[in-house]
Ligand binder design. Structure first.
Ligand SMILES: [Zn+2]
Length: 334
């Protein structure tokens, strides 16, 4: 047992007084113990600042509960493969089913049409996409849409000549599909008003998708999942920087071609994923995974992320941000 496992075990033991005797081996046992424990209480951001170790057991418990919810989930996937294309993974359906379960509290598409285009089928995919979306076709978002009859449409573009892509294990194992289906659901919520992605911060767009991808890949083992959340990739950021990076300015206060993504766009793309996924963990710990989608649906009505954040989490984003920045800083140093 390495030092991390030892420390991890100590904190789990302290946290789950009463079930520690059954949590003698890390792995599947503690995963179930955490998920079924009724000792975990809902926590506020202020409490999380004081003790960041409260966060991950809550994220795991709330996501596990969503996946194992008795709520019926009849969302269906129909895969259409372009005439010159091939299926690139056996795990597309697995990724789809889990994503629809994790976000089971929001409106889900009855049918999702998934168009696979391996480079040579761009013309076919674009034509088919436009045909399926009809009057809802939005040239600003060619990839994810909501059709007038309430179905979801996604183009999966896959270039088989891209050697880097072929080497990425997330392609055959379904990880990139779990990520992509999260974007599909975000667009599906926004599609009610045919909004573009850029009204809601980029870090929540990519952070939610990475949250889902990581959960999909590590879903069988709490310890492995937790090892992925050590914060090394956000350790370089100061509290001051995090506060700046996470600043939200609504469309109506911006000039010209600027969008609410303008601050995020000044920095490396990867930070929207890394910083974003940790912010999303905190939001899941507060209100469960579906809250990440509810905010997209609410934005259609408010056109203001700050206000929608308040509707879902009880305070505006601008009020929550200093707490979030401090939590992120501490998460990277625990
Ligand atoms: Zn993405």
């Amino acid at each position: 047992m390495n030092i991390f496992n030892y420390i991890n075990r100590l904190f789990l033991s302290a946290l789950f007084v009463g079930i520690t005797t059954s949590v003698s081996v890390l792995g599947l046992q503690n995963q179930e113990a955490i998920a079924s424990s009724h000792k975990l209480q809902d926590r506020t951001l202020k409490q999380m600042v004081k003790n960041v170790d409260l966060i991950y057991p809550l994220v795991w418990q709330k996501t596990y509960s969503a996946v194992n919810s008795p709520k019926p989930n009849n969302s269906k996937l129909k895969i259409e493969v372009g005439p010159k294309s091939k299926i690139y993974s056996k795990n597309i359906r697995k990724a789809f089913t889990l994503t629809m379960k994790v976000f089971n509290e929001v409106e889900l598409p009855p049918i999702t049409l998934f168009l696979i285009s391996n480079g040579d089928d761009e013309e076919w995919a674009n034509k088919r996409y436009q045909e399926l979306l009809g009057k809802n076709f939005n040239p600003e978002n060619i990839g994810y849409g909501r059709s007038p009859n309430g179905n979801a449409v996604q183009i999966k573009r896959f270039d088989p000549s891209n050697k880097e892509l072929l080497k990425d294990p997330n392609v055959p194992n379904g990880g990139t599909d779990a990520h992509g289906f999260t974007h599909l659901l975000q667009e599906y919520q926004l599609g009610v008003g045919n909004e573009t992605f850029q009204g809601v911060p980029r870090w929540i767009l990519e952070g939610s998708a990475d949250f889902m991808q990581i959960y999909y890949l590590k879903r069988n083992n709490y310890t492995y999942w937790l090892l992925n959340r050590q914060g090394q990739d956000i350790k370089q950021h100061s509290i001051k920087f995090l506060n700046e990076y996470l600043t939200y300015v609504p469309f109506k206060e911006l000039s010209g071609a600027q969008t609410p993504w303008y601050i995020t766009n000044k920095y490396p793309d990867q930070w929207a994923y890394s910083i974003g996924s940790y912010v999303c963990d905190i939001l899941v710990a507060l209100e469960g995974p579906s809250s990440l989608m509810q905010i997209y649906r609410d934005y259609v009505d408010t056109k203001n992320f700050d206000k929608s954040f308040e509707n879902i989490y009880g305070m505006t984003w601008s009020e929550a941000k200093p707490y979030i920045a401090e939590i992120l800083y501490k998460l990277a140093r625990r």
